[in-house]
Design a protein around this ligand. Structure first.
Ligand SMILES: Nc1ncnc2c1ncn2[C@@H]1O[C@H](COP(=O)(O)OP(=O)(O)OP(=O)(O)O)[C@@H](O)[C@H]1O
Ligand SMILES: [Mg+2]
Length: 290
């Protein structure tokens, strides 16, 4: 167990982290558990009062043996459960129904993107997990995130999290036909300081671009999308603004490399799943070159 007091601008919170033992959750990139924890803890930190804020974080193994009445949405099995509880302002029942909606925020303009919990929800669903929230206005909140456990080999730590990623403030149009992926990418970029707009699918993206072609400094698009693939979208966009920088995100099977990325006419490509530090470097590199 790790117990660390944390103090900033007169707020003191106590973080208590318990680690489970040998098993790991389904393999994914390290950035995903990091995204879940970071979003929940940041929300809790914003919710607590200066002076007597308390945030309790626990990571433990939890077994659901049968379909539980208290938690009907979860399949029986073994889970890693990350619980983040705070004694902050709490959430009223009306707001509670909307907190996982992308862009829903009660924070002042410029203070929150409203994407944090949408990202957490997308990741947890992808893992086949579940999130349980209990909260009451004025009485704090508790978020339990359950992710299925499986036996797996040790995944070595990369130095990814230690690197400081290059950042910026340019305007980026993020295009993916999967909402959860678009949200994650957009949030990664927003956290690096960029100003992001999301388009779900290539038609929506092309329409946004046609409406205001000067509103974006870079396009980050998925390759494999129904109706219009990323390379075709790149072509259409270039008909409108030939010099706009474009980065394409591809899966392993799509075999895009430096050479055919140039043939398609895009400035860079990224392999999925997107790693934040690689994305940060590529975005900066392309923006600085163009
Ligand atoms: N621990 C909490 N206590 C009180 N309200 C919360 C808590 N966690 C989330 N909320 C509510 O849910 C809303 C949505 O949270 P979400 O993390 O998606 O976006 P955000 O925190 O507003 O912005 P950001 O994208 O920067 O995370 C918050 O604006 C807040 O109203
Ligand atoms: Mg948040």
């Amino acid at each position: 167990m790790l117990c660390l007091p944390y103090s900033e601008k007169n707020k003191t919170v106590f973080y208590r982290v318990k680690e489970p033992n040998h098993e790991q959750t389904k393999p994914g990139h390290l950035d995903t558990p990091h995204q879940i924890a970071m979003n929940l803890i940041t929300n809790a930190y914003h919710a607590v009062d200066p002076g007597n804020g308390k945030i309790d974080i626990q990571l433990k193994e939890k077994e659901f043996k049968t379909h539980s009445i208290a938690r009907p949405r979860i399949e029986p099995g073994r889970y890693a459960m990350l619980s983040v509880s705070d004694n902050g302002c709490g959430i009223d029942s009306e707001t509670l129904e909307m907190i996982f909606e992308p862009y829903f925020t009660t924070k002042a303009q410029g203070k929150g993107t409203g994407l944090g919990l949408a990202v957490v929800h997308g990741i947890v669903k992808e893992y086949g997990g579940e999130i349980f929230v209990t909260s009451e206005s004025g009485k704090g909140s508790s978020f339990d995130v359950c992710i299925p456990l499986m036996k797996s080999e040790f995944i070595p730590l990369t130095d990814d999290l230690q690197n400081v990623s290059p950042s910026g403030t340019e305007r980026i149009l993020v295009v993916d036909d999967e909402v959860s992926i678009a949200n994650v990418e957009s949030q990664m970029l927003a956290r690096l300081g960029y100003n992001t707009t999301i388009s779900i699918g290539s038609h929506e993206a092309l329409n946004s671009f046609k409406t205001s072609p000067e509103a974006f400094d870079l396009i980050l698009t998925d390759m494999s999308m129904p109706n219009m693939t990323g390379d075709r979208l790149a072509y259409e966009i270039r008909q409108i603004r030939p010099e706009i920088p474009i980065i394409i995100c591809t899966g392993f099977s799509e075999q895009i490399n430096k050479e055919n990325a140039q043939e398609i006419g895009v400035n860079g490509f990224l392999m999925k799943p997107i790693v934040k530090s690689e994305m940060a470097k590529m975005v900066r590199k392309v923006l600085d070159k163009c």
